[in-house]
Design a protein around this ligand. Structure first.
Ligand code: RM4
Ligand code: MN
Ligand code: MN
Length: 396
């Protein structure tokens, strides 16, 4: 590879950071049950330990996303513990995710619940989450709602929209100037008839209603099959409303599979739209790259490292697109040339340059191999297996 191409990859990787989710290290399952892993994290401390291991081997995951109920069981009181874990394991708390979907009260929704007491409770939990984020110096509060209905005629869709608008405005008022609110959308599941924030247009509307610090979060798994996600990304960029991503891959629905395992070209095309925008606008958009995956078949630390390295490869490939040539080809409607510019970049083997980049940062050339050699997995398997194997895996 030419040295100018290597330089492009080095520069791209120097700026690329990706946040890993605490829940990616814990036992999770399908609708039908959990498959317990002996090395799964059973406490927040263990999740930080695993995240620290991933960061020390890859060098690009300095933050961990937290779900308030799962990782801060005592709410604001748990902030002290999080600070300690963060210091001990060398990873900072990242986005803070309120849990507005799991308590019994939320059976019929949170911000969209017809019961005003439940709506008030959801609002309070979100405000507490902002306070937690403030104390942890976390910038982003990331909102995902399970709200919706499963049978036609059972919910007042317009009324619920208004409740969402009002609640999000109130939430926005509590933000510090540097904080952001990220609004995630999802077309279905758990609700199967309507979801209150079903797509990017609804998320965009609500983010705008909430206020200037609210942006849209794109979870790649939250789209209908064959939807053109990179177009959504391009539109949100153009509107300055793209706040972040939850990356994962999918085959059918919100499968939470490893990034790039089914369709690596899609992730490449998303990165390409971002880097093409950067080239044209001459500014770097402020986007939080995050992973949202549930690793219930592969080993969790292993799969997280695999995800991070694949994301780096796809980002590096996207950086190789020749933007000047592309813009000329597009202007002339030179379709084959334009398409080939993407394909050539995508088909470049960037792995040797990424290894060189790791060398210069003092990182292991092959983070997965380094994990195996580190003895970390043996140690945590020994420490955690009895706790894991005694936990409940059935769903009924
Ligand atoms: C949802 C969504 C959210 C995640 C929850 C637990 O499907 O992707 O981001 O926090 O799951
Ligand atoms: Mn998500
Ligand atoms: Mn999801």
């Amino acid at each position: 590879m030419s040295s100018s191409k290597s330089d492009i990859i080095f520069r791209a990787l120097n700026h690329f950071r990706i946040e890993i989710p605490s829940w990616g290290f814990a036992n999770t399952g399908t609708r039908f049950g959990k498959f317990l892993q002996p090395a799964a994290a059973t406490t927040t401390e263990e999740k930080f330990s695993d995240a620290g291991e991933v960061h020390s081997l890859t060098g690009v995951c300095p933050t961990i996303a937290l779900h308030v109920l799962w990782d801060l069981p005592d709410g604001i009181e748990s902030v002290v513990d999080i600070r300690n874990f963060s210091k001990r394991f060398g990873v900072q708390p990242g986005s803070i995710n309120p849990n507005l979907f799991q308590d019994q009260e939320y059976k019929h929704g949170s911000f969209g619940n017809p019961d005003p007491d439940v709506r008030a409770r959801a609002l309070q939990h979100t405000k507490d989450s902002i306070e937690i984020a403030r104390r942890l110096h976390s910038r982003d509060i990331s909102l995902w709602f399970a709200d919706g209905s499963s049978y036609p005629g059972t919910a007042n869709i317009r009324q619920r929209k208004t409740w969402f608008e009002d609640a999000l405005k109130q939430v926005h008022e509590c933000l510090s100037p540097e904080q952001r609110l990220l609004v995630e959308y999802k077309p279905f599941e758990p609700a199967v008839y309507h979801t209150d924030i079903a797509d990017w247009g609804m998320a965009l509307h609500l983010a705008r209603c909430a206020g200037p610090q609210a942006k849209v979060l794109v979870d790649t798994g939250h789209h209908y099959l064959s939807q053109n996600i990179e177009q959504i990304v391009a539109w949100l960029l153009s509107e300055q409303m793209l706040g972040g991503f939850h990356f994962n891959d999918r085959r059918y629905a919100d499968d939470d599979l490893t990034v790039g395992s089914v369709d690596p070209y899609q992730v490449f095309r998303i990165f390409h739209e971002i880097l093409y925008y950067e080239w044209e606008a001459k500014r770097k958009p402020d986007i939080a790259y995050m992973i949202d995956q549930s690793h219930n078949l592969k080993g969790k630390v292993e799969e997280t490292i695999q995800t991070v390295t694949v994301a780096q490869q796809l980002f590096a490939k996207a950086a190789l697109v020749d933007h000047g040539a592309l813009s000329q080809a597009q202007a002339k409607c030179d379709l084959v040339r334009a398409e080939s510019l993407l394909q050539d970049a995508f088909n470049t083997d960037v792995r040797p340059v990424i290894q060189q980049w790791r060398d210069t940062k003092g990182l292991p050339r092959d983070p997965l191999k380094a994990l195996v050699e580190s003895g970390y997995m043996e140690r945590i398997t020994k420490e955690r297996s009895s706790r894991n194997l005694n936990s409940v895996s059935s769903y009924a």
